[in-house]
Write a protein that binds this ligand. Structure first.
Ligand code: SAM
Length: 284
């Protein structure tokens, strides 16, 4: 029986390919790549044959599944799944292939490495320290201190079937609420960044007004072009991020991390948890 390797590749800096990823890419029979020209550059850089690439992307993965599964099952092939940048399956295709392989008892092996969401999160300054996770112990923030949420891309026109706008509004509201107690990570395309920031600012304002809460504003870390030449990390409030992008424009790749407001020492959210595990009085 074959093996399916889930191989992370760099999100910019070519030096971020792990030694093990390199060895696996050299050794496998097939490399299932989102964009064979793009991955071809990485393979050429490391002197790996381009001939073993097969295209596996959001438009053709259904058609490619039977071939890949036959290779794994019948031909006992070793296949590496890669995406354009970072970790496959994270806002990228591959989940169905992994599920089908597991069903057929084909070993699925992780070769971990770069992921834009995790890279941005760890430099955001918005993640809390790990805490004791005993239920009922401590405050809501202590309990969730080291947790975070990842939403990938927000739904936009192209992905919706008419209802995308309504769904998006609900989602953005939920995200703003969630970011009050733990970091929330989003991906955004440069040409939609400004519109998304406007929406985040407007939604936060609306929520604060509607609940009459004396809420401090949430924070944002905008990580642009991580590990690349023009890497830039902007940290501030949502309105400040909006102002920054209005002034500088948006170029390159962005990962957004929204997170809890700065709280004065002693003024932290010390609400006890109720029986449902929710903070007993939910502001906003
Ligand atoms: N699977 C990838 C991963 O592990 O990060 C993410 C793929 S998703 C299709 C691409 C999005 O990831 C980009 O639109 C951007 O939001 C984010 N991204 C990728 N590389 C980045 C980088 N170097 N800096 C900031 N964000 C990046």
């Amino acid at each position: 029986r074959g093996r399916l390797y889930i191989v992370a590749t760099p999100i910019g800096h070519l030096g971020d390919l792990s030694f093990r990823a390199l060895a696996v890419l050299r050794q496998v029979d097939w490399i299932a790549a989102e964009d064979t020209r793009h991955t071809g550059k990485l393979l050429s850089h490391y002197g790996i044959s381009l001939r073993k690439q097969i295209a596996h992307h959001e438009h053709n993965w259904r058609e490619q599944l039977p071939f890949l599964l036959t290779q794994l099952e019948t031909e006992r092939a070793a296949i590496a799944l890669v995406c354009d940048a970072g970790t496959p399956l994270i806002a990228d295709p591959g989940s169905q292939l992994v599920r089908e392989a597991i069903q057929r008892k084909i070993p699925v092996v992780s070769v971990p490495g770069a992921c834009a969401a995790i890279a941005a999160l760890t430099v955001s300054g918005l993640l809390g320290e790990p805490r004791d996770r005993q239920p009922g112990a401590g405050t809501w923030e202590e309990l969730l201190g080291n947790s975070f949420a990842f939403y990938g891309f927000l739904p936009h026109r192209l992905s919706g079937h008419g209802r995308w706008r309504q769904q998006r509004t609900r989602l953005v509201e939920a995200i703003i609420r969630e970011a009050r107690y733990r970091p929330v990570i989003l991906y955004e395309a440069p040409h939609r960044l400004l519109e998304t920031l406007h929406e985040l600012v407007a939604t936060e304002k609306r929520l604060i007004v509607s609940t009459d809460a004396e809420a401090e504003p949430i924070r944002i870390c905008m990580a642009r072009e991580l590990t690349k030449l023009h890497e830039e990390i902007f940290r501030g409030l949502l309105v400040e991020a909006l102002g920054h992008v209005e002034q500088q424009g948006s170029r390159g790749e962005y990962c957004l991390v929204l997170g809890p407001p700065v709280r004065q020492p002693g003024a932290s959210d010390s609400r006890p948890l109720d029986s449902n595990g929710e903070p007993s009085a939910n502001a906003m």
